[in-house]
Design a binder for this molecule. Structure first.
Ligand code: GLV
Ligand code: GLV
Length: 329
């Protein structure tokens, strides 16, 4: 059986596939494949291991043909894959959510919150350019986190790990999700809020929803206007959840105090005004970029493929409803 890997992934886990007797083809390019390259490479494969930078739609699935049984996405988010198209064709889709990865994203979120609160990036830039003149009473004043309110939009695993860490900083936490989660409220001492309440009362807002039709541009001119003056926005979820144009306007007007972004609307492009703002912190989509997380992700995509091809439901299947009607040969 044939497995195509769209780009080399960290660790030695792919060797396990080869050792199991599979024919493993790893893209030789250190970049995302062009759509036409992807279409060529997937022909006749049984499994695809892909990245979030690969758009896997019905056309790619059809190019692979009826042998394709599993798509394992080297990411937690899977908005790059047309899930309904996969399910309709009997193709299993798996992602790489795990404690290691989800905690890595939560830790990066906190790194960004702290950078915003204490103006770490601006201050670092100033010391490097020789602007440190000795201790001064009023340079780089930030804000204390203790006693402030953190608003978490989306309380899945990553959102929960962010909430858990808020206690250590003495923050009050509001969260919003479809259904209130009384267990999480008890465990983390957090409070459910409607989206409007959360927007109006949070000093820091962090996004942890998947990108869907419902969450696309949920942070826009109208929702930004509902945020507290001087509050901060953190996005480690998906760029398209935030309308960058509106974010720029809000930051420029001084309504928003700052933003920290790991993801962008049109990666790898970043709105040119954002990148020039002192109160904006950017990282290049690295929230899961720890050795621990990326190694675990490699292990998971390999296990998802091995499990699926041997008839076992992968632990991280995202379209469980496909299982009774999945392709078997
Ligand atoms: C990264 O963005 C991921 O979804 O894993
Ligand atoms: C700061 O360094 C202080 O001593 O207050």
């Amino acid at each position: 059986m044939k497995i195509f890997v769209t780009r080399k992934i960290p660790g030695e886990h792919l060797d396990k596939l080869v050792a199991s007797g599979y024919d493993v083809d790893i893209s030789i390019f250190d970049r995302p494949l062009l759509p036409e390259e992807l279409i060529q490479k997937v022909k006749g494969v049984d499994a695809i291991i892909c990245l979030l930078t690969d758009k896997i739609d019905g056309a790619v699935m059809d190019a692979a043909g009826s042998s394709l049984k599993i798509i394992a996405n080297y990411a937690v988010g899977f908005d790059n894959i047309e899930i309904r198209e996969a399910t309709d064709r009997g193709i299993v889709v798996a992602n790489t959510s795990s404690t290691e990865v989800d905690e890595s994203v939560a830790e990066h979120t906190w790194a960004l919150i702290l950078c915003l609160a204490r103006r770490i990036i601006e201050a670092d830039e100033a010391t490097r350019r020789g602007a440190f003149r000795g201790w001064e009473p009023d340079v780089f004043l930030g804000v204390n986190l203790v006693g402030k309110t953190l608003g978490i939009i989306g309380l899945g695993k990553i959102g929960s790990y962010v909430a858990k860490r808020a206690k250590g900083y003495g923050m009050n936490v509001l969260y919003n999700k479809h259904n209130p989660d009384p267990e999480a409220e008890k465990e983390f001492g957090i409070k459910f809020a409607s989206l409007d309440e959360l927007l109006a009362n949070s000093d820091f807002i962090t996004l942890h929803v998947p990108l869907t039709d419902e969450t696309g541009h949920m942070i826009n001119a109208a929702t930004l206007a509902k945020m507290k003056k001087g509050s901060f926005l953190v996005n480690t979820a998906r760029g398209l959840i935030v309308e960058e144009r509106a974010l720029v306007d809000s930051l420029r007007s001084g309504h928003l105090g700052g933003a920290a972004l790991d993801v962008f609307e049109n990666e790898p492009n970043i709105h040119p005004e954002l990148i020039n703002m002192q109160n904006v912190v950017t990282t290049p989509h690295i929230a899961s970029a720890t050795h621990e997380a990326r190694d675990k992700m490699s292990q998971q995509v390999v296990e998802a493929v091995l499990d699926s091809l041997s008839g076992k439901m992968p632990e991280n299947i995202v379209n469980k409803d496909v299982w009774p009607k999945k392709r078997t040969s």
